[in-house]
Design a protein around this ligand. Structure first.
Ligand code: ADP
Ligand code: ASP
Ligand code: MG
Length: 441
C-alpha cells in the first residue's frame, strides 16, 4: 500500500489526551500497511496565544522574530506526538519545516513555498519510521531564515509534502466531519458534502471557510492531489476534494436552487447550483475620506497599499458630492494588515490629498458560492431579501460569475449566514452537524 500524508489541526491535538488519541489513529494507519507522514499544527489556540504575547511586547513585531516565535507552537506538538507514538511501540521521528525541506521565499508571516526537498523524510520512512513534520513553517531560500506560511498554513504544508512525496491522498483531520454547506458552528442544519470539486472549494476557502486554506486547495489542484477532509474524533468518512467525483461514492444529489427561486414565470431558466455560504470575520475596512474625484487618485492610493505588500479584497467608490468634487473610497483587507495599511496611506496623504482615514474592524463578509449566479438574477434578489428579512444592513457588495459577497456589521454575521442558508433551501431536514472540539477562535 502507498504513502499517506495526514494533517492534524490544532483542535485535534489540543491536550495530552488529544495527542494520544491522534497517535493511536496514526499507528492504526501504519498497521494497515501504509507509509505515514504526519503534519501537525500547534496545540489548541497556542498560535493565537503566542500572537497575543508578541503584541504585548511590541505592537508591530518584526517579521523575522515573529515567525521564529510562532514556529515554536508546532515544535511542541510534533515532539509530543512522536513521543506518544513511540510510547505505543512504534518508531517515529519529528522534523521542523526546515529539516523536512520546506523551502520558501523570504516574505515573513505569509511566505510561499517555492520548493520541497524531503530527503530526510524519505530516509526516515525507509528506516521504518512514521515521520512527523511541523506544519506552517519553512526556511527561506536566500537568507536561510525561519518563515511561516500564514494562518492555517499547516494545510499547505501537508499538500506540498503529499505532492513532493507522490502520496496517494492527503488526509486533513479536523474537528468537524468534513466540508459543509456552511460553517457548522454557525448553521446547525448545514449539510456535509461527500465530494466537492477543487474549483468550488477554492471559492469557499477564499471567501472564508477556514476548514481548508485557499492556498492549500490551489496547490492540490495544481498537482492533482486528492484531499480527504474528515474528523479526527469520529470514524466517519469525510469530504473528498478532487477534480472528479471519486468512483465508489454514491451519486450525490446536487444542491440546486429551491424551485421558487429558479422558476421565472413559464420561462425555463438555467439553474444555479449552490456550493454553500461562507463568512469571514478576519477582514477590516478602511475608508479614505475626501479624495479629489480626478483621474489617477485611485491608482495612487492602491499603489501605496501594493508597495506595502498588502492584499486587498473588495473596493467601493462613492459618487462624489457635486459641490465639493470629493469622493470616498472604501476597501477591505486582512485585519492583520490594518496597521501597516493605515501607516502607508498616512505617509502618502500629501501626494493623494485626501481629508482623513477611517478604520473599522467590526465587519463581516458573507458570501454565497455556486455556479450560474450571473445568469440567474433571482439568486441576487433572494440573497438580498434573506438579509433584509433578517434585519441585516449591507455595506458593500461584490459579485462574480460564481460568488456574491456582502459586507455587514460583525454582530450580524450569524443571523445573516443562517438566513441565506435557509433561503436557498440548503438546510438539512434530517441531520444536525456535529462540532467535536476547538474554540472557533
Ligand atoms: P484545524 O484546527 O483542524 O485546522 P480549523 O479551525 O482551521 O481547524 O478549521 C475547522 C473549522 O472550520 C471548523 O471547526 C468550522 O468551524 C470551520 N468551518 C468554516 N466553514 C466550514 C465549512 N464550510 N465546513 C466545515 N467547517 C467549516
Ligand atoms: N498553527 C497555525 C495557525 O494557527 C497553523 C495552522 O494551524 O495551520 O494558524
Ligand atoms: Mg485550519
Amino acid at each position: 500500500m502507498g504513502l499517506v500524508v495526514q494533517k492534524y489541526g490544532g483542535s485535534s491535538v489540543a491536550d495530552a489526551e488529544g495527542i494520544k488519541r491522534v497517535a493511536r489513529r496514526i499507528v492504526d494507519t501504519k498497521k494497515n500497511g501504509h507509509r505515514v507522514v504526519v503534519v501537525v499544527s500547534a496545540m489548541g489556540d497556542t498560535t493565537d496565544e503566542l500572537i497575543d504575547l508578541a503584541e504585548q511586547v511590541s505592537p508591530i513585531p518584526a517579521g523575522r522574530e515573529f515567525d521564529m516565535l510562532l514556529t515554536a507552537g508546532e515544535r511542541i506538538s510534533m515532539a509530543l506526538l512522536a513521543m506518544a507514538i513511540k510510547n505505543l511501540g512504534h518508531e517515529a521521528q519529528s522534523f521542523t519545516g526546515s529539516q523536512a525541506g520546506v523551502i520558501t521565499d523570504s516574505v515573513h508571516n505569509k511566505a510561499r513555498i517555492i520548493d520541497v526537498t524531503p530527503g530526510r523524510i524519505r530516509t526516515a520512512l525507509d528506516e521504518g519510521n512514521i515521520a512527523i513534520v511541523a506544519g506552517f513553517q519553512g526556511v527561506s531560500q536566500d537568507k536561510k531564515d525561519i518563515t511561516t506560511l500564514g494562518r492555517g498554513g499547516s494545510d499547505t504544508t501537508a499538500v506540498a509534502l503529499a505532492a513532493a512525496l507522490d502520496a496517494e491522498v492527503c488526509e486533513i483531520y479536523t474537528d468537524v466531519d468534513g466540508v459543509f454547506t456552511a460553517d457548522p458552528r454557525v448553521v446547525k442544519k448545514a449539510r456535509k458534502m461527500d465530494w466537492i470539486a477543487f474549483e468550488d472549494m477554492l471559492e469557499l476557502a477564499s471567501s472564508g471557510s477556514k476548514v481548508l486554506l485557499h492556498r492549500c486547495v490551489e496547490y492540490a489542484r495544481r498537482y492533482n492531489i486528492p484531499i480527504h477532509v474528515r474528523s479526527s474524533f469520529s470514524g466517519l468518512p469525510g469530504t473528498w476534494v478532487s477534480n472528479e467525483r471519486p468512483q465508489g461514492l454514491a451519486p450525490q444529489v446536487a444542491l440546486r436552487l429551491a424551485p421558487h427561486i429558479a422558476s421565472q414565470g413559464d420561462r425555463p431558466v438555467e439553474q444555479a447550483i449552490i456550493s454553500g455560504v461562507s463568512h469571514d470575520t478576519s477582514e477590516a475596512k478602511i475608508t479614505v475620506v475626501g479624495v479629489p474625484d480626478k483621474p489617477g487618485e485611485a491608482a495612487t492610493i492602491f499603489r501605496a497599499i501594493a508597495d506595502a505588500e498588502i492584499n486587498i479584497d473588495m473596493i467601493v467608490q462613492n459618487v462624489s458630492a457635486a459641490a465639493t468634487a470629493l469622493t470616498d473610497i472604501s476597501f477591505t483587507l486582512p485585519k492583520s494588515e490594518g496597521h501597516k495599511a493605515m501607516e502607508a496611506l498616512t505617509r502618502a496623504q500629501a501626494v493623494i490629498g485626501f481629508d482623513s482615514l477611517r478604520y473599522d474592524d467590526q465587519i463581516a463578509k458573507i458570501s454565497l458560492v455556486g455556479a450560474g449566479m450571473k445568469t440567474n438574477p433571482g439568486v441576487t434578489a433572494t440573497f438580498f431579501e434573506a438579509l433584509s428579512n433578517a434585519g441585516v444592513n449591507i455595506e458593500l457588495i461584490s459579485t462574480s460569475e460564481i460568488r456574491i459577497s456582502v459586507v455587514t456589521r460583525a454582530d450580524d454575521v450569524n443571523p445573516a449566514v443562517q438566513a441565506v442558508h435557509s433561503a436557498f433551501g440548503l438546510d438539512s431536514d434530517t441531520d444536525e452537524a456535529v462540532v467535536y472540539g476547538g474554540t472557533g477562535r
